[in-house]
Every structure is written in C-alpha cells, then in structure tokens.
Design a protein around this ligand. Structure first.
Ligand SMILES: Nc1nc2c(ncn2[C@@H]2O[C@H](COP(=O)(O)OP(=O)(O)OP(=O)(O)O)[C@@H](O)[C@H]2O)c(=O)[nH]1
Ligand SMILES: [Mg+2]
Length: 188
C-alpha cells in the first residue's frame, strides 16, 4: 500500500517478475488490486499491490479478509511524496489494521526512490526524523514500525523485503542464529 507513484508496483515487479528497473518507467497506474504469489521454505505467501486511492474504510468482503489475515503491511512512500498527506493515509490504514487484523500484522514503511534525493546519509537522517515526528503526532508508537530506505536500482529493496519475510517466517530467529553460528565457524 502507499502513496501514488512511490514505486509500489515497480518493487513487486523487480522482485517477483525479474523486471529490469529501467522498464518500470512504462508501468501504468495501479487501478485495481494485483496479486503476486511466492514460496519460501515451502511457505506460500501472497503479496497484494493496492491502488494508491484505495478506500480502506470501505473494503469489499474478500478484501476485508485480506486485511483481517495479513501478516505484514508495507506502506511505500517516496521523498517526493507530500509527507502530511501520505502519513494521513498511513494513519487510516494503521487504525483499520489495529481494529480488524487478527494476525498481529507487522508494519513496515519503505521510503522508496532513496537513490534520487536521499543519497547522502545526512539527508536520510533528516528525512527519517521528519517522518517519525509526523507519525508520532498521530499518537502512533513508532517502535511498532520498521523503517527502510529502498531503491529498485540497488540491492536495498531486496534487503528490506528479505527483512519483511524474515519477520513473517515463524522460526526465523532460530534460522538467523544458526546462520550466524555457521558464518562464525566457517569464518565467512
Ligand atoms: N529512481 C527511482 N525511480 C523509481 C523507483 N521505484 C520506482 N521508480 C519509478 O517511479 C515511477 C512510478 O513507479 P510505479 O511502480 O508505477 O509506482 P506506483 O506506486 O505503483 O504508482 P501508482 O500505481 O500509479 O500509484 C516509475 O517511473 C518507476 O520507474 C526507485 O527506487 N528509484
Ligand atoms: Mg502501481
């Protein structure tokens, strides 16, 4: 979910359809929900790409089910987004999930297109402070949200998405521990 033109469909297509990032320039506006299926460690996942103008207050019954059962929600915005408008929209989605979700849904915010205006770490820090301040003004506990800067033009989008999946895989902390152990012993 997220702000218009923030790159939601590009992210899905680069990760799941191996679309080269340059080709995403040709993508049209998402006018209805699109679904991407993927499997990791025999666990089946579904990713839903919703239109930016999606009305969270009035979902049809099949989409109410999606929000009720969702394990994660990624809200995508970009440095070009109007931060007040984008966070108002995020706030509505957050409140809806708090009321209706029964699956302890994890919440992520991707600031995508970080390759455009946020190349320097100072600019990133400044943006993050502004974003978190705006979110806290809505009395949302920012500790409940994980934030990532992403770009489809480098590995950051894969790293961020992998963190989302790790959070959804039930025994992932153990797998991480084992992988760290393995890395230590094999001196990788
Ligand atoms: N530089 C840069 N451009 C990006 C990135 N992600 C997406 N874009 C571009 O942003 C434009 C919009 O991308 P979309 O994927 O259509 O965005 P969307 O959020 O799905 O847009 P709507 O469905 O129309 O709301 C395209 O021209 C993409 O090539 C990124 O990480 N960096
Ligand atoms: Mg789209």
């Amino acid at each position: 979910m997220g702000d218009a033109k923030s790159g939601r469909s590009s992210i899905a297509k680069v990760i799941f359809q191996k679309m080269v990032s340059k080709s995403t320039k040709l993508l049209g506006e998402t006018s209805k929900m699109e679904t991407y299926d993927f499997k990791i460690q025999k666990i089946e996942f579904k990713l839903y790409d919703f239109p930016a103008k999606y009305d969270i207050n009035d979902p049809p019954p099949n989409e109410q089910m999606i929000f009720r059962n969702a394990a994660a929600m990624i809200y995508v915005l970009s440095p070009q987004s109007d931060i007040v408008k984008a966070i108002d929209n995020f706030h509505n989605i957050y409140n809806y999930l708090k009321k209706k979700n029964t699956n302890n849904c994890s919440i992520f915010i991707f600031t995508n297109k970080a390759d455009i205006d946020l190349n320097q770490s100072d600019a990133k820090n400044e943006y993050q402070i502004k974003l978190k301040k705006r979110i806290s003004e809505d009395e949302i506990d920012i500790k409940e949200i994980e934030f990532f800067f992403t770009s489809i033009n480098d590995s950051s989008i894969f790293e961020a998405f992998s963190k989302v999946v790790q959070k959804m895989i039930p025994c992932s902390p153990n797998i991480c521990k084992l992988l760290n152990h393995f890395a230590n012993y094999s001196k990788i």
